[in-house]
Design a binder for this molecule. Structure first.
Ligand code: CTP
Length: 408
C-alpha cells in the first residue's frame, strides 16, 4: 500500500529506538523508501550502521556537514519526503518542535518541512503526563501534527502507564492512513464490537474472559481508514481508542447490546467482542461476605443476549452485511460453519483461541473467512493486517461508495 512513498524517519533518543529498526523493515516490505535522520541522543540507542543497512540509504545526523549539505541540504531532505515520522518522539523533541527550535538537524528539518508529520511519542509516564508535554502535544496537534500512541503498559523504567511507543505495525497503519487517500467505504456506517464483557457477581467481583480488544479495535480503525463512519462498542480494554472512531464504552453484555441498538442503522456490523455467554442470575447488590464455616456460595447463571444473533435477525433494520467471529479451541472451521448458520450472520471469521496459539492478547492471528461461498484460509498475519484485509473485503462487498453510485 505504500509503494513509491518516501518516508523521512527521525530517530530521537529513547529506548524505543530499537523498535524503529523493525518499523523500517515493515515500511520497506510495503514498498516505501526510508531515509533516516538520527539525533545525537538517538545514536546512543541505535547505530547509524543499523539504520543504513536497513534503509540502504545514507543516514543524516550532522547539521553542519559540508558533504551532507552539498549532497542533500536539510531543506531538500524534508522536501524529498512524502511524510516525516518522528519515532521515537521524546519529550525533548516534542518541546523543541512546539517551540519552533532549529538547534540540530532533526529539529531543523521538522521546522523546514511542508509535509505531513507523524509523531510516535515514547517516554516515562510522568514525562508524558507533565503539563509541559501535554501543552506541547496540544500545540503540535493544533498545527496539524498527527500522533500515534503512546500505548499503556509496563515500561523500561519499571513503571506502568501511558508512554510506551506504539508497535511498528500500529505506526505503519497510521502512516498508511496519512498517505493513502482511497476511501471506498465513504458514506457507509459501521458498527464494531470489541473486547470482553464483565458480568457483575456483586459490586466488586465479576466474570470475564481474556479478550484484549486488539483485533476488534484494529477492525474499527481499518474501516475508518477506508472512510466508514464507525461506532466501536467496547468492553473494558487497555488498548488505546483507535483514531477517527466513535467509541462507546460498556461493561456487560446487556449494556453492549443496548449500545449496539442505540447506534442506529448501519451498513455493516462486525461483532468481534468476546461476549460472556452467561451472567449472574441475581447479582448481589452488596459485597458477598464469607461466613465462617459456611460452604462457598453456589453461582447461579442466566444466559446473556446474543448480540450477533440479534443484529443478524432478518428485518428492515438488519445491516446489509453482518460479520461474526468464532472463537474456537477445536474443530475450528467445522464449528464456525455451524455457528454462521446458527447465528444467521453473513460471514464468520474463525480463529483458534487455544492458549498454545497465543491469539488472546497476542499480536498475530490465523483466521479463516467463512461465507455462503465457502472457506478461505488466510495466512498468519498481524492483527492489524487481518483487520485491513477484512476491511478491504467489506469494501469490495459494497462496491462503489454510495455517493459515487448516486452520481452515476
Ligand atoms: N456473540 C455475541 N453475543 C453473545 C455471544 C457471542 O454477539 N452473547 C458473538 C461474538 O461477538 C462472535 C460470535 O458471537 O462474533 C461467536 O462468539 P463465540 O464466543 O465464538 O461463540 P458463542 O456464541 O459464545 O458459542 P460457543 O461458546 O458455544 O462457542
Amino acid at each position: 500500500m505504500l509503494h513509491g512513498k518516501r518516508v523521512l524517519l527521525i530517530v530521537t533518543g529513547g529506548i524505543a529506538a530499537f523498535k524503529s529498526l523493525d518499523l523500517i523493515r515493515r515500511l520497506r516490505e510495503r514498498g516505501a523508501s526510508v531515509r533516516c535522520v538520527l539525533t545525537e541522543a538517538g545514536a546512543k540507542f541505535v547505530t547509524p550502521l543499523s539504520l543504513q543497512a536497513l534503509t540502504e540509504e545514507k543516514v543524516y545526523s550532522d547539521m553542519f556537514s559540508l558533504t551532507d549539505e552539498s549532497e542533500m541540504g536539510h531543506i531538500q531532505l524534508s522536501r524529498d519526503a512524502d511524510l516525516l515520522v518522528v519515532a521515537p518522539a521524546t519529550a525533548n523533541i516534542l518541546a523543541r518542535m512546539a517551540a519552533g527550535m532549529a538547534d540540530d538537524l532533526a529539529a531543523t528539518v521538522l521546522l523546514a518541512t511542508d509535509k505531513p508529520v507523524l509523531a510516535a511519542p515514547a517516554m516515562n509516564v510522568r514525562m508524558w503526563t507533565h503539563a509541559a508535554t501535554v501543552a506541547n502535544v496540544e500545540t503540535l496537534k493544533k498545527r496539524g501534527v498527527t500522533f500515534v500512541g503512546p500505548n499503556e503498559g509496563a515500561m523500561a523504567c519499571n513503571e506502568f502507564g501511558p508512554g510506551r511507543m506504539s508497535e511498528p505495525l500500529e505506526i505503519v497503519a497510521a502512516i498508511e492512513a496519512l498517505l493513502t487517500s482511497e476511501k471506498p467505504l465513504a458514506g457507509r456506517r459501521a458498527l464494531v464490537t470489541s473486547g470482553p464483557t464483565r458480568e457483575a457477581l456483586d459490586p466488586v467481583r465479576y466474570i470475564s474472559n481474556h479478550s484484549s480488544g486488539k483485533q476488534g479495535h484494529a477492525i474499527a480503525h481499518a474501516l475508518a481508514r477506508l472512510g466508514a463512519d464507525v461506532t466501536l462498542v467496547s468492553g473494558p480494554v487497555v488498548v488505546p481508542d483507535p483514531a477517527g472512531v466513535r467509541v462507546v464504552r460498556v461493561d456487560s453484555a446487556d449494556q453492549m447490546l443496548a449500545a449496539c441498538l442505540a447506534a442506529g442503522a448501519v451498513d455493516v456490523a462486525v461483532c468481534a467482542a468476546a461476549v460472556a455467554d452467561w451472567k449472574a442470575a441475581k447479582p448481589a447488590t452488596a459485597k458477598i461476605k464469607k461466613k465462617t464455616g459456611a460452604q462457598p456460595p453456589a453461582l447461579e447463571l442466566a444466559p446473556n443476549p446474543d448480540i450477533l444473533a440479534t443484529l443478524s435477525k432478518p428485518g428492515a433494520k438488519r445491516p446489509g452485511l453482518v460479520v461474526g467471529f468464532a472463537a474456537e479451541t477445536e474443530e475450528v472451521v467445522a464449528n464456525a460453519i455451524e455457528k454462521r448458520t446458527r447465528k444467521g450472520c453473513d460471514w464468520i471469521v474463525a480463529n483458534d483461541v487455544s492458549p498454545a496459539k497465543g491469539t488472546f492478547g497476542g499480536e498475530r492471528n490465523t483466521v479463516h473467512l467463512i461465507s455462503a461461498k465457502g472457506v478461505e484460509d488466510w495466512p498468519t498475519l498481524a492483527k492489524e493486517e487481518v483487520a485491513l484485509r477484512l476491511a478491504g473485503r467489506i469494501a469490495l462487498h459494497f462496491g462503489q461508495p454510495p455517493k459515487a453510485q448516486a452520481a452515476e
